[in-house]
Design a protein around this ligand. Structure first.
Ligand code: ADP
Ligand code: MG
Ligand code: ZN
Length: 476
């Protein structure tokens, strides 16, 4: 029996306005090589100056991870040559990073949880981009010098599931803090997965393989599964020592395999040394006071939703996992007379079912206010749940419409006026004397028939509960 051991490195691009060490803008959609200056082009004589916003955002993350924030941290040079890095080194933090010894809780469906230790989070500069165009390769340095925060976990995860839960939680925290947009497809949340196996009960760490640049949670899950089976098979075949070595592998989604990319460098290969062009990074007490103020995070919000709105754990988890969803819900609750229970269902089930294509909760044609009003109309029995679905369909297709107007236009207002419903019931009873006889004779199933007829007569607008009550009285 084997145990899986996983440690994750995540590179998060921080959403600052300017680059890490110069005042170039951080948007890359501009013409190639226009967001550059002597500093990020590494021209002789240009010196880096640390962006304070990066320090601020790093401290926010450190606070969220309940980590130690080092009041003094240092920058180091990691030397390597690659065409997209004009400096031929990367400025990073090896020896004393700004954030150390954090932790992150992952929650399982059965309500249990696990704490994953975070070794460190350090600041570093991103490289540019090589663009390969047929026989020609070009270099775009718009991204060179963009601030990254690399968050390195301890090897505390024991399955692909653990790893995905960790990544999703981290992703969610970054979005809550608004320190990065954490878009996996666009490369602003890049994950390196370190995987090894060991016989159960063994405490020591075995050889790890690093899988790089996998750009979706689904692929990460798959890459881990494939890599684990490769290692287990090698162990069982007695070829573990030859086949499993410390190396960097890539995940091939088409061939469904991980494949060797290059031998893994050791730290010594990079000839790290303290960065001579930058002073130490000092966090003052005043900065600590301001920068450690962070918004409510998913775990706390989840607990509050359970207590404040009587939500069950699962729904609270679903709603708080993405900050946009949580904000949407709270905006709904700001409307008077909206019940949390109905709001939860319509936010987690009915609305998502209607968000097609590029639509999402932030650009949904039905915003929180509108959905809240719809929920209110269900709660106050103006319309039935069934009718509300029709109203929502209509609202999704017709942006400039309002809930009450649509209810009126579609004629879906529910009849709760007992007098009107009573009259309809009398009519149906009078029109079906044989069925009434059969019902009274014990054929109780026929009750449904009467309800159906009354509903039909009202064109679906009668409140079914009221219809039931009145028919019961009249027939019995
Ligand atoms: P490098 O930059 O060389 O990849 P780091 O120290 O930055 O080294 O990251 C190492 C990562 O690998 C950490 O997330 C750590 O938890 C993980 N790790 C280390 N040893 C193992 C192992 N035997 N199995 C799985 N993960 C490991
Ligand atoms: Mg690594
Ligand atoms: Zn620049």
């Amino acid at each position: 029996m084997f145990e899986v051991v996983i440690g994750l490195e995540v590179h998060v691009q921080l959403n600052t306005n300017t680059k890490l060490f110069c005042s170039c803008p951080t948007s890359f959609n501009h013409k190639q090589n226009t967001n550059t200056c002597p500093t990020c082009l590494a021209l002789p004589g240009a010196l880096p100056v640390l962006n304070k916003e990066v320090v601020h955002k790093s401290i926010m993350l450190g606070t969220a991870l309940d980590a130690t924030i080092n009041k003094v941290s240092y920058f180091d040079r990691k030397s390597y040559f690659y065409p997209d890095s004009p400096t031929a080194y990367q400025i990073t933090q090896l020896y004393t990073p700004i954030v150390e010894h954090g932790k992150l809780q992952i929650d399982f469906d059965d309500g249990s949880y696990k704490t994953i230790r975070v070794n460190r989070a350090h600041i570093e500069a991103d490289a540019g981009k090589n663009i390969h165009d047929g026989d020609i390769s070009k270099v775009d340095l718009n991204r060179a010098g963009t601030p990254l925060l690399e968050i390195v976990s301890e090897p505390d995860m024991r399955s692909a599931e653990d790893a995905i839960l960790y990544l999703k939680k981290l992703h969610s925290i970054i979005r809550y803090l608004n320190i990065g947009d954490a878009n996996m497809q666009e490369g602003s949340f890049r994950v390196d997965v370190n995987v090894s196996i060991r016989p159960k009960g063994d405490e020591k760490l075995y050889t790890r393989v690093e899988i790089k640049n996998i750009n979706s949670f689904k692929f990460i899950q798959r890459a881990i599964e494939l890599e684990v089976s490769r290692q287990v098979e090698a162990w069982e075949d007695g070829t573990y020592d030859e086949e499993i070595c410390q190396e960097t592998r890539l995940f091939d989604q088409v061939k469904q395999e991980t494949r060797s990319m290059r031998g893994k460098e050791e730290a010594a290969d990079y000839r790290y040394f303290p960065e001579p062009d930058l002073p130490k990074c000092v966090v003052t007490d005043e900065m600590m006071q301001i920068y450690t103020q962070i918004p409510e995070l998913p775990d706390a919000k989840k607990e509050r939703f359970v207590n404040e709105y009587g939500m069950n754990d699962y729904n609270a988890m679903v709603i708080t996992s993405a900050v946009e969803m949580a904000n949407f819900f709270e905006a709904m609750m700001e409307e008077n007379g909206v019940s949390a229970k109905t709001a939860t269902t319509w936010l987690t089930v009915e609305l998502p079912a209607r968000l097609k294509g590029a639509m999402n909760i932030t650009n949904s044609p039905v915003d929180a206010k509108k959905l809240a009003l719809l929920v209110k109309r269900i709660d106050d029995k103006t319309i039935s749940g069934k009718a509300a679905k029709e109203v929502l369909d209509f609202l999704m297709e017709n942006e400039d419409t309002d809930v009450d107007g649509v209810i009126k236009t579609l004629g879906l207002k529910q009849v709760t006026d007992t007098g009107a419903i009573e009259a309809m019931c009398d009519e149906i009873i009078a029109a079906n004397p044989e069925k009434v006889e059969q019902y009274k004779g014990g054929k109780e199933k026929l009750f449904g028939f009467f309800v159906g007829q009354v509903m039909k007569a009202s064109k679906g607008s009668a409140n079914p509960q009221v219809v039931n009550e009145i028919l019961k009285v009249k027939l019995d």
